[in-house]
Write a protein that binds this ligand. Structure first.
Ligand SMILES: NC(=O)c1ccc[n+]([C@@H]2O[C@H](COP(=O)([O-])OP(=O)(O)OC[C@H]3O[C@@H](n4cnc5c(N)ncnc54)[C@H](OP(=O)(O)O)[C@@H]3O)[C@@H](O)[C@H]2O)c1
Length: 335
């Protein structure tokens, strides 16, 4: 029997705590308009940092007021479509990256915003938009070259493990930070040259001792003292890309007193640049095609965290799990 309703997760109020901000609602499944697809989501990617900041009202470029839908990337199956849709058929697998389209069992979306893929597998969620973000950040902001030293923080995470491989494919020496032996093992398998488990080694000491000329390109998503250490260890003409600051997402922002950052950058002609994927939309299609091709030709491998999260009800736990820092690879929810 065809279901008439479906569940989705919405933010019902702004709250510091993701769990207290959200609720599950059940709504009717609508028919697609002429140019729309109705997709049954099979898997959604979890972006715990972004989700938490959204529910706090701390994502200035969107500035949403509750109630609003949550989740971004999802992969699923087309189950109905409007009469003007030409490029899809019922049963096709499709990936979508629309804000609000992820944490729901079904979604209606303009067919132009969905991408047909071979199969609705969770692996694709590491590529779109996460891996695409890594690619665009490294190339457009990091001005990635070959034969340089590249440091990736949170290297075994959803975004980081793709960044590590892209920096290796470009012909660089790649350092990756992580917090456990299981994550170090993944990074070894992905070809990372120097793995720093920051629970057993001191990041600053290792960088100073083993890389006295500094680091040319840093893909930084942790923040706080990790960010400070990274800035301190930039090479002459080094580039640090701020991809995120996950260590501050779950806590109040830290106020610090130190010299202004230009004292660190000026004498090395180094730079720090903020990256936010939505401000680099024009690169998404080409980067996505290239990344999919790297994946289908086995040049980029993807890691899905093995912890199982099933159903809309499991999303708050998945967000909490990601923010606890335990995950190895991309966190996904299965519907
Ligand atoms: N700018 C953009 O457009 C964009 C796009 C996508 C993602 N991002 C950012 O990229 C980063 C990674 O996102 P993701 O979704 O792929 O997550 P993730 O890397 O899969 O998971 C987060 C990882 O961060 C590490 N971490 C280090 N210190 C932490 C702390 N104090 N608390 C929690 N985690 C800590 C943990 O690994 P270890 O402890 O092993 O380091 C953890 O596994 C986030 O900062 C996110 O906001 C930005």
């Amino acid at each position: 029997m065809n279901p008439k309703t479906y569940k989705k997760l919405i933010a019902k109020q702004l709250n510091q705590d993701f769990k207290s901000a959200v609720e599950i609602v059940e709504i009717p499944i609508s028919k697609p308009d002429a140019s729309e697809l109705l997709i049954q989501n099979k898997f959604a990617g979890v972006n715990g940092g972004f989700d938490t900041l959204l529910c706090r009202g701390e994502v200035p470029y969107v500035n949403l007021m509750p109630p609003f839908d949550l989740g971004v990337e999802a992969v699923g199956e087309v189950i109905a479509m409007g009469e003007n849709v030409k490029d899809f058929q019922i049963g096709d697998a499709a990936i979508t990256t629309a804000r609000g389209g992820g944490y729901r069992e079904y979604q209606l979306i303009d067919a132009n915003l969905a991408l047909k893929v071979r199969q609705a597998t969770p692996e694709l969620l590491t590529l779109m938009p996460t891996g695409v973000s890594a690619l665009v950040a490294l190339e457009q902001l990091g001005e990635m070259k070959s034969n340089e030293v590249v440091l990736v923080t949170a290297a075994a995470g959803g975004t980081g493990h793709i960044a590590v491989q892209l920096a290796k494919l470009a012909g660089n020496h790649v350092i990756g930070t992580c917090s456990s032996e299981a994550k170090a093992k993944l990074l070894r398998e992905l070809g990372c040259d120097r793995i720093i488990n920051y629970r057993t080694e001191n990041l600053n000491q290792v960088l100073k001792q083993e890389y006295p000329n500094g680091i040319n390109l840093i893909f930084e998503s942790v923040g706080k003292d990790v960010f400070d250490t990274c800035v301190e260890n930039l090479a002459v003409r080094g580039r640090l890309v701020v991809v995120g600051f996950i260590s501050e997402y779950a806590n109040n922002l830290e106020q610090i007193i130190q010299l202004r950052i230009y004292h660190q950058l000026f004498w090395k002609a180094a730079s720090v640049r903020g990256f936010l994927m939505p401000h680099y939309k024009e690169y998404m299609v080409e980067a996505g095609d290239r990344l999919l091709n790297l994946f289908y030709t086995d040049k980029v491998k993807v890691a899905i965290d093995p912890t199982e999260f099933k159903g809309i009800e499991s999303i708050p736990a998945a967000v909490e799990y990601l923010l606890s820092g335990q995950n190895c690879g991309k966190v996904v929810v299965r519907f």
